[in-house]
Design a protein around this ligand. Structure first.
Ligand SMILES: C[S@@+](CC[C@H](N)C(=O)[O-])C[C@H]1O[C@@H](n2cnc3c(N)ncnc32)[C@H](O)[C@@H]1O
Length: 212
Protein backbone atom coordinates (compact mmCIF):
# COMPACT_ATOMS: atom_id res chain seq x y z
CA UNK A 1 0.00 0.00 0.00
CA UNK A 2 1.32 3.50 -0.89
CA UNK A 3 1.47 5.48 2.36
CA UNK A 4 1.73 9.10 3.41
CA UNK A 5 3.65 9.28 6.68
CA UNK A 6 2.47 7.60 9.79
CA UNK A 7 1.19 4.03 9.49
CA UNK A 8 -0.46 4.03 12.94
CA UNK A 9 -2.44 7.15 12.10
CA UNK A 10 -3.60 5.74 8.77
CA UNK A 11 -4.68 2.49 10.33
CA UNK A 12 -6.71 4.45 12.91
CA UNK A 13 -8.35 6.42 10.09
CA UNK A 14 -9.10 3.22 8.13
CA UNK A 15 -10.60 1.53 11.20
CA UNK A 16 -12.82 4.51 12.01
CA UNK A 17 -14.32 4.73 8.52
CA UNK A 18 -14.62 0.96 8.07
CA UNK A 19 -16.76 0.93 11.26
CA UNK A 20 -18.95 3.73 9.88
CA UNK A 21 -19.51 1.76 6.69
CA UNK A 22 -20.39 -1.36 8.64
CA UNK A 23 -22.92 0.57 10.77
CA UNK A 24 -24.61 2.60 8.02
CA UNK A 25 -23.79 0.93 4.67
CA UNK A 26 -23.22 2.75 1.39
CA UNK A 27 -24.84 6.03 2.37
CA UNK A 28 -23.65 9.50 3.41
CA UNK A 29 -23.78 8.37 7.05
CA UNK A 30 -21.60 5.43 6.10
CA UNK A 31 -18.81 7.94 5.33
CA UNK A 32 -19.62 10.07 8.38
CA UNK A 33 -21.64 12.80 6.64
CA UNK A 34 -25.01 13.95 8.02
CA UNK A 35 -26.85 13.52 4.75
CA UNK A 36 -26.88 13.52 0.98
CA UNK A 37 -27.56 17.22 0.63
CA UNK A 38 -24.29 18.18 2.33
CA UNK A 39 -22.32 15.49 0.51
CA UNK A 40 -23.59 16.72 -2.87
CA UNK A 41 -23.04 20.37 -2.00
CA UNK A 42 -19.41 19.54 -1.14
CA UNK A 43 -18.93 17.78 -4.49
CA UNK A 44 -20.38 20.79 -6.31
CA UNK A 45 -17.94 23.18 -4.62
CA UNK A 46 -14.92 20.88 -5.06
CA UNK A 47 -15.67 20.23 -8.73
CA UNK A 48 -15.45 23.94 -9.52
CA UNK A 49 -11.75 23.27 -10.03
CA UNK A 50 -12.57 21.15 -13.11
CA UNK A 51 -12.78 22.55 -16.63
CA UNK A 52 -15.72 20.44 -17.77
CA UNK A 53 -15.64 21.68 -21.36
CA UNK A 54 -13.37 18.76 -22.22
CA UNK A 55 -12.90 15.17 -21.01
CA UNK A 56 -10.71 14.85 -17.93
CA UNK A 57 -9.21 12.36 -15.50
CA UNK A 58 -9.70 12.72 -11.75
CA UNK A 59 -8.34 11.16 -8.58
CA UNK A 60 -10.80 10.99 -5.68
CA UNK A 61 -8.53 10.80 -2.62
CA UNK A 62 -10.59 9.37 0.25
CA UNK A 63 -13.23 8.11 -2.18
CA UNK A 64 -15.36 6.24 0.36
CA UNK A 65 -17.90 4.10 -1.53
CA UNK A 66 -17.43 6.17 -4.71
CA UNK A 67 -20.22 8.75 -4.43
CA UNK A 68 -18.22 11.34 -6.40
CA UNK A 69 -18.36 9.01 -9.40
CA UNK A 70 -22.17 9.00 -9.15
CA UNK A 71 -22.18 12.80 -8.93
CA UNK A 72 -19.95 13.29 -12.00
CA UNK A 73 -21.93 10.70 -13.99
CA UNK A 74 -25.24 12.38 -13.10
CA UNK A 75 -23.79 15.67 -14.35
CA UNK A 76 -23.05 14.01 -17.68
CA UNK A 77 -19.31 14.63 -17.47
CA UNK A 78 -16.82 12.71 -19.66
CA UNK A 79 -14.15 11.46 -17.25
CA UNK A 80 -11.81 8.73 -16.07
CA UNK A 81 -11.89 8.09 -12.34
CA UNK A 82 -9.36 6.77 -9.84
CA UNK A 83 -10.80 6.24 -6.36
CA UNK A 84 -8.24 5.93 -3.56
CA UNK A 85 -9.09 5.04 0.02
CA UNK A 86 -7.10 3.85 2.99
CA UNK A 87 -9.98 1.66 4.20
CA UNK A 88 -10.11 -1.76 2.55
CA UNK A 89 -13.84 -2.12 3.10
CA UNK A 90 -14.52 1.31 1.51
CA UNK A 91 -12.53 0.25 -1.54
CA UNK A 92 -14.47 -3.03 -1.71
CA UNK A 93 -17.77 -1.15 -1.45
CA UNK A 94 -16.71 1.28 -4.20
CA UNK A 95 -15.54 -1.61 -6.37
CA UNK A 96 -18.91 -3.31 -6.01
CA UNK A 97 -20.83 -0.08 -6.64
CA UNK A 98 -18.81 1.00 -9.68
CA UNK A 99 -18.39 -2.43 -11.21
CA UNK A 100 -19.20 -2.40 -14.90
CA UNK A 101 -18.39 1.29 -15.24
CA UNK A 102 -15.44 1.16 -17.60
CA UNK A 103 -14.04 4.55 -16.57
CA UNK A 104 -13.40 3.63 -12.90
CA UNK A 105 -10.37 2.18 -11.13
CA UNK A 106 -9.93 1.73 -7.37
CA UNK A 107 -6.89 1.55 -5.15
CA UNK A 108 -6.45 0.91 -1.43
CA UNK A 109 -3.79 3.46 -0.45
CA UNK A 110 -3.24 6.87 1.10
CA UNK A 111 -1.80 8.35 -2.09
CA UNK A 112 -2.49 7.93 -5.82
CA UNK A 113 -0.21 5.74 -7.92
CA UNK A 114 -0.38 7.97 -11.00
CA UNK A 115 -0.87 11.57 -12.15
CA UNK A 116 -4.36 12.64 -13.28
CA UNK A 117 -5.70 15.99 -14.48
CA UNK A 118 -7.37 16.75 -11.16
CA UNK A 119 -7.22 15.58 -7.55
CA UNK A 120 -10.20 15.95 -5.20
CA UNK A 121 -10.31 15.20 -1.48
CA UNK A 122 -13.61 15.51 0.38
CA UNK A 123 -13.60 14.94 4.12
CA UNK A 124 -10.17 13.43 4.67
CA UNK A 125 -8.91 16.07 7.11
CA UNK A 126 -11.80 16.19 9.56
CA UNK A 127 -11.33 13.46 12.19
CA UNK A 128 -8.01 13.79 13.95
CA UNK A 129 -8.56 11.39 16.88
CA UNK A 130 -6.08 12.35 19.61
CA UNK A 131 -3.52 14.04 17.36
CA UNK A 132 -2.22 17.49 18.34
CA UNK A 133 -2.70 20.49 16.07
CA UNK A 134 0.96 20.31 15.05
CA UNK A 135 0.81 16.59 14.22
CA UNK A 136 -2.40 16.96 12.25
CA UNK A 137 -1.18 20.05 10.39
CA UNK A 138 1.95 18.17 9.33
CA UNK A 139 -0.25 15.29 8.13
CA UNK A 140 -2.50 17.70 6.19
CA UNK A 141 0.53 19.25 4.52
CA UNK A 142 2.01 15.87 3.55
CA UNK A 143 -1.34 14.86 2.05
CA UNK A 144 -1.59 18.15 0.12
CA UNK A 145 1.93 17.56 -1.25
CA UNK A 146 0.65 14.21 -2.55
CA UNK A 147 -2.44 15.79 -4.12
CA UNK A 148 -0.20 18.36 -5.80
CA UNK A 149 2.25 15.74 -7.05
CA UNK A 150 -0.56 13.62 -8.49
CA UNK A 151 -2.56 16.36 -10.28
CA UNK A 152 -1.67 18.03 -13.57
CA UNK A 153 -4.27 20.81 -13.84
CA UNK A 154 -5.36 21.34 -10.26
CA UNK A 155 -6.72 19.96 -7.04
CA UNK A 156 -9.32 20.79 -4.41
CA UNK A 157 -10.05 19.79 -0.84
CA UNK A 158 -12.25 20.78 2.07
CA UNK A 159 -11.71 21.23 5.81
CA UNK A 160 -13.83 22.09 8.82
CA UNK A 161 -13.35 25.77 9.59
CA UNK A 162 -11.79 27.37 12.65
CA UNK A 163 -14.60 29.97 12.29
CA UNK A 164 -17.11 27.37 13.57
CA UNK A 165 -19.20 28.29 16.63
CA UNK A 166 -17.09 27.42 19.68
CA UNK A 167 -19.93 25.61 21.47
CA UNK A 168 -20.37 23.23 18.53
CA UNK A 169 -16.70 22.29 18.15
CA UNK A 170 -15.53 18.77 19.10
CA UNK A 171 -12.06 17.91 20.36
CA UNK A 172 -11.70 14.88 18.08
CA UNK A 173 -12.24 17.01 14.96
CA UNK A 174 -9.75 19.31 13.26
CA UNK A 175 -10.84 22.86 12.48
CA UNK A 176 -8.36 24.36 10.04
CA UNK A 177 -7.52 28.03 9.71
CA UNK A 178 -8.64 28.87 6.15
CA UNK A 179 -6.31 31.88 5.88
CA UNK A 180 -3.28 29.82 6.82
CA UNK A 181 -4.08 27.10 4.29
CA UNK A 182 -4.80 29.68 1.58
CA UNK A 183 -1.36 31.17 2.20
CA UNK A 184 0.28 27.74 2.10
CA UNK A 185 -1.41 26.85 -1.19
CA UNK A 186 -0.47 30.20 -2.77
CA UNK A 187 3.13 29.94 -1.69
CA UNK A 188 3.72 26.24 -2.23
CA UNK A 189 1.49 25.08 -5.10
CA UNK A 190 0.09 27.77 -7.40
CA UNK A 191 -0.59 31.47 -7.88
CA UNK A 192 -4.19 30.61 -8.72
CA UNK A 193 -5.98 29.63 -5.55
CA UNK A 194 -9.63 30.20 -4.57
CA UNK A 195 -10.99 29.93 -1.06
CA UNK A 196 -14.74 29.19 -0.92
CA UNK A 197 -16.24 29.83 2.46
CA UNK A 198 -19.75 30.88 1.54
CA UNK A 199 -21.81 27.73 1.09
CA UNK A 200 -23.45 27.41 4.47
CA UNK A 201 -21.55 24.52 6.08
CA UNK A 202 -19.05 24.76 8.93
CA UNK A 203 -16.22 24.29 6.48
CA UNK A 204 -14.41 25.72 3.48
CA UNK A 205 -13.19 24.46 0.12
CA UNK A 206 -9.86 25.33 -1.48
CA UNK A 207 -9.38 25.22 -5.26
CA UNK A 208 -5.80 25.14 -6.54
CA UNK A 209 -5.58 25.73 -10.29
CA UNK A 210 -2.30 25.09 -12.07
CA UNK A 211 -1.02 26.36 -15.40
CA UNK A 212 -1.26 23.46 -17.89
C1 LIG B 1 -15.64 11.72 5.25
S1 LIG B 1 -15.32 10.29 4.27
C2 LIG B 1 -15.80 10.95 2.68
C3 LIG B 1 -15.87 9.96 1.56
C4 LIG B 1 -16.12 10.58 0.18
N1 LIG B 1 -15.07 11.52 -0.15
C5 LIG B 1 -17.47 11.26 0.13
O1 LIG B 1 -17.51 12.48 0.26
O2 LIG B 1 -18.47 10.55 -0.02
C6 LIG B 1 -13.54 10.27 4.19
C7 LIG B 1 -12.98 9.04 3.49
O3 LIG B 1 -11.59 9.28 3.28
C8 LIG B 1 -10.84 8.14 3.64
N2 LIG B 1 -9.53 8.68 4.05
C9 LIG B 1 -9.26 9.49 5.11
N3 LIG B 1 -7.98 9.85 5.11
C10 LIG B 1 -7.42 9.26 4.01
C11 LIG B 1 -6.11 9.28 3.45
N4 LIG B 1 -5.11 9.96 4.01
N5 LIG B 1 -5.89 8.57 2.33
C12 LIG B 1 -6.89 7.87 1.74
N6 LIG B 1 -8.14 7.82 2.22
C13 LIG B 1 -8.41 8.52 3.33
C14 LIG B 1 -11.65 7.46 4.72
O4 LIG B 1 -11.36 6.09 4.82
C15 LIG B 1 -13.08 7.74 4.26
O5 LIG B 1 -13.55 6.72 3.42
Amino acid sequence: MVEVGNAALLSEVAGYYSDKLEQHGQSPRGVDWNGEEGQTLRFRELCRVIDASRPFSVTDLGCGYGALHDFLSAEGRAFDYLGVDVSGSMVEAARERLQGRGNARLLQASAPDCVNDYGIASGIFNVRFGRTDAEWQAYVERSLDELDRASRLGFSFNCLTSYSDADRMRPDLYYADPGRLFDLCKRRYSRNVALLHDYGLYEFTMLVRKQP
